[in-house]
Design a protein around this ligand. Structure first.
Ligand SMILES: Cc1ncc(COP(=O)(O)O)c(C=O)c1O
Length: 438
């Protein structure tokens, strides 16, 4: 057992869940073998507690480090902010500079608010829509974080959210009277949309994209309903933002949002999130109470300004999809060459392969285990960054090819291999065999 796992087993006794983010828990990758903790990160590299170096073709800080780890340009701006004091009784000018920058590149919006996490930014967006409309109900079709307004979806049927990325979410602690306050809409499911009665709906919340893009007809229908019933259209771009356009995916689809929420990537790992929208909604931030001490600290704004400047100057939004395509083409070639049943995500910045086997979680675990031996942090998804260059992809694909050849042998001759503890994506170890999240 490695040092990281040994510490993790102690950590879960004093930190419920072991940490603050499900996506960094080792059981989602390689139970009992995942390095789990890091000492240092730079570019694509991560050093674990034993100083062993890994190349990250996996989570990149769960989508935060869009420029690569410890990006010099961003870190220099942050150090400057630190050296001049990150907090005071007065405001930091960096907030205003960042506000102007976001509004310049997201012309639909008149005003902006900042927070730190994605989930809290989504709560602000939903609050504004409810405050403006005086209505309660939120319709949604993606993953939107941990807050009550969203987890309430599991009150009526306990596994509603299984369809939206994280399964096995218990709604305990969520007020029961929120039961009818939220309506799930299947992603790209026009039939679900037809069932919607606009009455009492304050907002429609959609994800910019996850593994697939929204279909034209889905967006058209949502836009039509929102316009007709005066429903606030909130596009959650916490995962999709800034990776393919200067701003959100909504630009790519010519979607007309009322509010857009960004998080994750906009600070290259430093905590910053933003809620941009039309004045019609945003002005309610003066009426309803939205305020938090940590939202005014300087580092997040300094990191945000530098990250956005770097993205624009270096056209990061062109690099990332290109690299994703290169990886996907490489996986596809390997799958064809060796007869591996595999499908692929449509969205390139979070390029993903899906194995088409009954024991796919076992195979994903096998992939992670074998790639780890070759010095890669890897699973079936890669969050791409500006630090992923063509030469890195070529090396990675060579490692993948060797592992897929071995996987083929594992599929055919499993008895020759040691048993592995299979990864699980849900919050808790599933009692029954896990239903695929994809
Ligand atoms: C689309 C989307 N919305 C909301 C969230 C929640 O953001 P955070 O984890 O920063 O609270 C996430 C996080 O993965 C996300 O991908």
């Amino acid at each position: 057992m490695n040092k990281g796992i040994r510490i993790w087993n102690k950590a879960i006794k004093i930190i419920p869940g072991g940490n603050g983010l499900l996506s960094k828990r080792p059981h989602r990758y390689l139970p009992n073998l995942w390095p789990t903790y890091f000492k240092k990160s730079k570019g694509l590299n991560i050093w674990d507690l034993n100083n062993k170096k890994y190349i990250d073709f996996c989570q990149m800080g769960v989508g935060t480090c869009i420029l690569g780890y410890a990006n010099k340009f961003v870190d220099t701006a942050v150090k400057k902010a630190v050296n001049s004091g990150v907090n005071s009784s007065l405001n930091s000018i960096e907030e205003y500079i960042l506000a102007k920058k976001f509004l310049k590149y997201n012309k639909f919006a008149d005003q902006i608010k900042f927070a730190r996490g994605g989930g809290e930014a989504m709560s602000i967006a939903v609050r504004l829509a409810r405050a403006q409309s005086g209505k309660n109900i939120i319709a949604f079709s993606g993953y939107h974080g941990w807050a009550d307004w969203y987890i309430a979806a599991n009150l009526k049927k306990k596994n509603t959210l299984d369809e939206y990325l994280v399964s096995d979410v218990d709604p305990s602690g969520i007020p029961k009277n929120l039961k009818n306050s939220i309506i799930p809409i299947g992603y790209n499911n026009n039939k679900d949309l037809k069932k919607l009665n606009g009455k009492n709906i304050a907002a429609f919340v959609i994800e910019g994209s996850r593994y697939e893009y929204p279909s034209k007809s889905f967006l058209k229908e949502i836009q039509k309903i929102c316009k007709k019933k005066d429903i606030c259209l909130i596009v959650d771009e916490i995962t999709s933002g800034w990776r393919e356009t200067i701003g959100g995916i909504y630009k790519k689809f010519n979607l007309k949002p009322d509010i857009v929420v960004f998080g994750k990537a906009i600070g290259n790992g430093y905590a910053i999130s933003s809620i941009l929208g039309k004045k019609k909604y945003m002005q309610y931030a003066n009426k309803t109470f939205i305020s938090s001490t940590a939202w005014t600290e300087k580092v997040g704004f300094a990191a945000g300004n530098a990250t956005i400047d770097f993205i624009i100057k270096n056209k990061v939004y062109l690099h990332i999809p290109k690299i994703g395509k290169m990886i996907t083409n490489g996986w596809n070639k390997i799958a064809k060459d060796y007869g591996i049943k595999m499908g692929f995500s449509e969205v390139m910045p979070l390029c993903t392969f899906f194995l088409n086997y009954a024991n796919k979680d076992e195979l994903y675990t096998f992939f992670t285990k074998e790639m780890l031996k070759k010095g890669y942090l890897a699973n079936n998804s890669v969050w791409l960054s500006y630090a992923h260059k063509e030469k890195d992809v070529k090396k990675y694909l060579k490692a993948c090819e060797k592992v897929f050849i071995k996987m083929k042998d594992f599929i055919n001759n499993k008895k020759n291999y040691k048993k592995i503890e299979v990864r699980y994506y849900s919050l808790h170890k599933p009692k029954k065999k896990q239903k695929s999240i994809y």
